[in-house]
Design a protein around this ligand. Structure first.
Ligand code: UDX
Length: 445
């Protein structure tokens, strides 16, 4: 089948490469000439394990191609996927200008039936706006062409996006046309494992499903973070509590890891956007507001612990920081807890010696060169002479470090662990002051 994808960012590229991999002919359209040139040369603008090979292999067969020309894109695919960004504007609602610009570009060039598939994360009701934009543009051109709009939200996790696309738990297809649902089923047939993964439903339910999934997961995390903070006050260990409740299949072990808050491009943005959508229809989404609020405070926890440990005497100190990305296996630092921590440390006059396996370039892009930040290629090098070590991202390489070396390199053997990587008793036996999240023993350190 022929597929066109607008937006060669994270979602668009993964979708394009995976659809090409199963035999479709995919044309990716983007408005950024530099990006298209780089993609044609085989350079991938983002870090996602396996994506570079997948793009290169499919580009080599000719099944995956890139263009700047929307007219070519509209001509190419029966399926026209919109996968452009929807950044939050000042009040937290999703900015739809890119999505609607693509809708108009499709309508400007459309001469036969097209299925316009919305993959970008957009508020409930956006499909209607896309429909209206296409209808209006066609009317201005004086042409009558049939089209359908489908909501097909993505559920990709950064770092595991290819696997998530190739082996989906579910494929949500929102459409009011049964024939379009069948065509979408056919497009996604190669990704069915054991049984049909496509769930067809009305458009608004599909749009809400995306937000509901992310809001639910964010709620689980904030709930656990709240309990972790309570466990600290009560002298209980949240890690035992986590295992104790996770064993109940109704609760499950997934997404109940307490830590220094959730970040990334989805959870913070989507929880805010859903809360705002609720407000717009006169509904007060109290739980969503609390989820967001708990997370904001959780991102400040490590700094609070550092400040308390040093009795507020932070000026002129140095903190070694392991992990900058919002989670492992990505260079993405959007809404990352590392940023909240670094910014608070800088405000307090602290020098940060940081290391991340892949996000250091991104860190320099965000903060530039500054006198109170030094980046190290090696995580052990970042320790030398620091007053303490703070850990924000659970990269595998941090899970079993050389504790002797850490003790020798730090001025005082002190670790602030925002991801509960170590056993408090073990660290205390080795002479560390160890502060984790919600672990009773560590608060006595
Ligand atoms: C998320 C959803 O998982 C995905 O389905 C959706 O399409 C996009 O948003 P992503 O943002 O890539 O994916 O990351 P995810 O692995 O979900 O982690 C999000 C954040 O939650 C990270 O900061 C992570 O550290 C944090 N987290 C996750 C916790 O603090 N505790 C947990 O138990 C799980």
């Amino acid at each position: 089948m022929k597929v066109t994808i607008y937006g060669s960012g994270y979602v668009g590229l993964v979708t394009g490469a995976c659809l090409a991999e199963v035999g479709n002919h995919v044309l990716c359209v983007d408005i950024d000439p530099d990006k298209i040139e780089r993609l044609k040369r085989g350079e991938i603008p983002i870090y996602e394990p396996g994506l570079d090979d997948l793009v290169a292999e499919n580009a080599a067969t000719g099944r995956l191609a890139f263009t700047l020309d929307p007219a070519e894109g509209v001509k190419h695919g029966l399926f026209q996927f919109i996968a452009v960004g929807t950044p939050p504007d000042e009040d937290g609602s999703a900015d739809l200008s890119h999505v609607l610009a693509v809708a108009r570009a499709i309508a400007d060039n459309m001469s036969e039936y097209r299925i316009v598939v919305n993959k970008s994360t957009v508020p409930v009701g956006t499909a209607d706006k896309v429909k209206a934009a296409i209808t209006d543009t066609l009317a201005q051109r004086g042409s009558q062409v049939d089209f359908d709009v489908v909501s097909n939200p993505e559920f990709l996790k950064e770092g595991a996006a290819i696997d998530d696309f190739m082996k989906p738990d579910r494929i949500i297809v929102g459409t009011d046309n049964p024939r379009t649902a069948e065509l979408m089923r056919a497009l996604y047939a190669p990704f069915n494992r054991n049984h049909d993964r496509v769930m067809a439903m009305d458009i608004r339910s599909a749009e809400l499903t995306k937000y509901a999934a992310n809001a639910m997961l964010a709620t689980k995390i904030s709930f656990m973070n709240e309990l972790a903070n309570l466990a600290e006050k009560l002298g209980a260990d949240i890690e035992h509590v986590r295992q104790g409740i996770g064993s109940d299949p109704r609760i499950g072990y997934h997404f109940i890891y307490p830590g220094c808050g959730y970040g990334g491009s989805c959870f913070p943005k989507d929880v805010k956007a859903l809360e705002r959508t609720a407000r717009q229809v006169g509904f007060k989404a109290q739980l969503l507001a609390a989820v967001e609020d708990v997370n904001e405070r959780q991102k400040e926890r490590l700094f609070d612990k550092i400040r308390t440990h040093f009795n507020g005497d932070l000026k002129g100190r140095t903190i070694a920081l392991w992990g900058l990305s919002f989670k492992p296996n990505t260079d993405d630092m959007r809404e990352a807890s590392s940023r909240t921590l670094m910014e608070a440390l800088w405000d307090a006059g602290v020098h940060v010696r940081a290391h991340d396996p892949v996000a250091m370039e991104e860190c320099t892009r965000l903060y530039g060169e500054r006198p109170d930040l030094t980046l190290y290629e090696d995580h052990e090098e970042a320790l030398a002479g620091a007053d303490a070590l703070a850990i924000v991202t659970e990269w595998n390489v941090f899970r079993s470090p050389d504790f002797d070396l850490i003790r020798k390199q730090l001025k005082t053997p002190t670790i602030f662990d925002g991801r509960n990587l170590y056993e408090p008793r073990h660290l205390e036996d080795m002479g560390f002051a160890y502060y984790a999240i919600g672990r009773g023993r560590s608060i006595q350190a």
